[in-house]
Design a protein around this ligand. Structure first.
Ligand code: ADE
Length: 250
């Protein structure tokens, strides 16, 4: 069986995935550790992409070229931009755009030069399967994160949202920048720093790609508050639960 590639950008998240995985082998390539194992009987290669579009593109390319993965899933956190998105909600990406891509006036703003488009869609079948898994987990998060985290992070009735995610090489941490992004990309639900790069690499190779992001902040002046604690106690638990729920289905 061909392995599934699983990428995370943060240490805490990968650590949680590695605990769930029965790891058989670690291979060091391009400065990264690629962890081979099985999860619910499915072969998996898990890796820390590191942060930003270039690091994510390098990692995705290595997963494809060196480890022969036939599909790729990214889990992580994102800043919420859309109306009604709150910390603890989850966004399933249906498409990606690079909010900092701008080769105008040679090409329209956000268009990736020589690709003729700005948006890269995720795989519908893979995303639908992850959507079902995410909905199952969000229906009752307490068993996954514990009641203390539910109280600390006010995880009341977390919701799943689906749509556009904007990626760029900037942690968005001012209300000024949040408003600017909302203005230039009004349909973007969330902002992060890797997804659009992986989506482009997967489009280049014709490989299915899907991404689930837990909203860790509102991409505003408070964006840094309790970021690590949130990833450790909430986002990483969500990711493991959702991936496990997805992988255990035949
Ligand atoms: N990932 C999580 N929160 C983010 C933010 N505010 N900006 C960019 N990437 C993020």
């Amino acid at each position: 069986m061909t392995p599934i590639g699983i990428m995370s950008a943060m240490h805490e998240e990968l650590a949680a995935v590695l605990q769930a995985l029965s790891v058989e082998r670690r291979v060091h390539v391009a400065g990264r550790d690629f962890w081979h194992g099985h999860w619910h009987g499915r072969p998996v290669v898990a890796v820390l992409s590191r942060i930003g579009k270039v690091a994510a593109a390098t990692t995705a390319t290595a997963l494809i070229e060196r480890f022969g993965v036939d599909q790729l899933v990214f889990t992580g956190v994102a800043g919420g931009l859309g109306p009604g998105l709150k910390v603890g909600d989850v966004v399933l990406a249906r498409s990606f755009v690079q909010h900092d891509m701008d080769a105008s006036p040679l090409f329209p703003r956000h268009e990736v030069p020589l690709y003729g488009r700005s948006h890269f869609e995720t795989d519908a079948g893979l995303s639908d399967a992850l959507q079902r898994a995410a909905q199952d987990v969000l229906a009752d998060v307490a068993p996954h994160v514990g009641s203390e985290a539910v109280a600390e992070f006010a995880l009341q009735s977390p919701r799943l949202h689906e749509g556009l995610i904007a990626s760029g090489d900037r942690f968005v941490s001012t209300t000024f920048e949040r408003r600017n992004l909302q203005q230039i990309l009004p349909e973007a639900l969330a902002v992060e720093m890797e997804g659009a790069a992986v989506a482009q690499v997967c489009a280049d190779y014709g490989l299915p790609f899907a991404a689930l992001r837990t909203i860790s902040d509102r991409a505003d002046d408070d964006a840094h508050a309790d970021f690590s604690r949130f990833i450790k106690h909430v986002a990483s638990r969500y990711s493991v639960a959702m991936l496990s729920q997805w992988l255990k289905k035949p």
